[in-house]
Design a protein around this ligand. Structure first.
Ligand code: GTP
Length: 341
């Protein structure tokens, strides 16, 4: 059985961290998010196809050096083809029922239960569902008692939402779904393909799961995902290898080879090989790899790109820090799934 992991998003909401890094390789507790997803796949899955474009070379490199005991293929798109176009582009690697998984979700979805329910209902597609309050950022379904989905509305206004159950970003699909997707075009699974399968009454179901779910698409949710996983592990900080740390850390995750002086870090993610001086206070921030932060800085709600240097005594609030040119191939604005305000 195969699983396609959608890894082709630029992650513009997480820039500048994603300028230099393939989004699905962003670390969560110092391990790439894509690795968290692969580890949860049912045993039946023996091939993973990573549908990618920007910085796909980083995925090739990562999987060359890390063996997950299964066939792992990077399927390249020359330009982003959207969530369905990317699946069509990878269709040569599919010969059975298959999973499609967003790479930026941290959750307790039981993929085996999703597969079992999909086989039971014998439909074309089964998607995982999660209840939320802020439905307007997600795809929302109308669901019958037997799990049949009768409506799928992408990012509706709260008053137009048919329920509070959203698409949780994990699908189990039959090969026939590939016939719905035009080749080589930008096609959205959520906006175009799911509504058409429902209209054709080909069997489209949803399964709600229990536990936790987090879309790691923006800096605040990326930080929240770390906090949630730390809570689950009963710890207040997480640190990599070969660090020299003298600070106080609350809900903060520190990468490998970091050197941090006598400073306070709260709700903060620090990547590898970062140096932070004494007497800093850093809250709700993400600090990219190889950054150097001088003493006596106050940094609040910021995302600092790789290799940035912050002078001693600097005050930063609600800022993205990137002093170099925009990397080639990275879009100037969010494409695809923007939320209508
Ligand atoms: P933003 O730019 O911040 O909106 O992030 P994003 O580009 O990752 O978009 P979004 O979070 O909506 O994407 C949901 C999932 O689909 C993520 O796993 C993305 O990697 C993936 N994805 C989105 N668009 C494409 C695409 O065109 N091709 C591929 N292969 N994957 C995509």
């Amino acid at each position: 059985m195969q699983a396609i992991i959608l890894s082709g998003g630029y992650g513009t909401r997480l820039k500048p961290i994603t300028y230099t890094r393939q989004k699905s390789l962003l670390p969560i507790l110092n391990k790439p998010m894509v690795a968290h997803i692969i580890e949860k796949l049912p045993h039946e899955v023996n091939r993973v196809v990573l549908a990618a474009n920007y910085r796909s070379d980083q995925l090739e490199e990562y999987f060359k050096n890390n063996d997950f005991g299964m066939d792992i293929i990077v399927s390249m798109e020359d330009t982003p083809l959207g969530t369905a176009g990317a699946v069509k582009n990878a269709s040569q690697y599919i010969d059975d029922t298959f999973f499609v998984l967003n790479s930026d979700i941290i959750s307790s979805i039981d993929l085996q239960a999703l597969l079992d329910f999909h086989r039971e209902t014998k439909g074309l597609g089964t998607i995982s569902l999660w209840p939320v309050e802020n439905v307007s950022e997600f795809g929302v379904v109308a669901l019958e008692d037997d799990g049949k989905i009768t409506k799928f509305v992408e990012k509706p206004k709260k008053e137009d939402a048919p329920s509070n159950l959203i698409n949780a970003g994990a699908y189990c699909l039959e090969q026939e779904v590939l016939d719905y997707i035009e080749k080589g075009k930008m096609v959205s699974m959520e906006k175009e393909i799911f509504p058409r399968i429902i209209a054709d009454d080909k069997g489209f179901h949803g399964l709600q799961f229990e536990g936790y779910w987090m879309d790691v698409g923006r800096p605040s949710s990326y930080i929240d995902a770390h906090k949630m996983l730390m809570d689950k592990k009963g710890v207040k900080m997480w640190q990599g290898e070969h660090c020299i740390l003298s600070g106080r850390f609350i809900y903060s995750c520190i990468g490998n080879k970091a050197i941090i002086g006598s400073s306070d870090l709260v709700d903060t993610i620090v990547y590898d090989e970062v140096t932070i001086g004494d007497d800093c206070r850093i809250t709700s921030s993400i600090i990219g790899a190889n950054c150097k932060i001088g003493a006596d800085c106050v940094i609040e709600n910021c995302v600092i790109g790789d290799r940035e240097i912050i002078k001693p005594g600097t005050r930063l609030r609600d800022e993205s820090v990137w002093t170099k040119p925009l990397p080639e191939g990275y879009p100037h604005q969010q494409i695809g799934n923007a939320v209508q305000k």
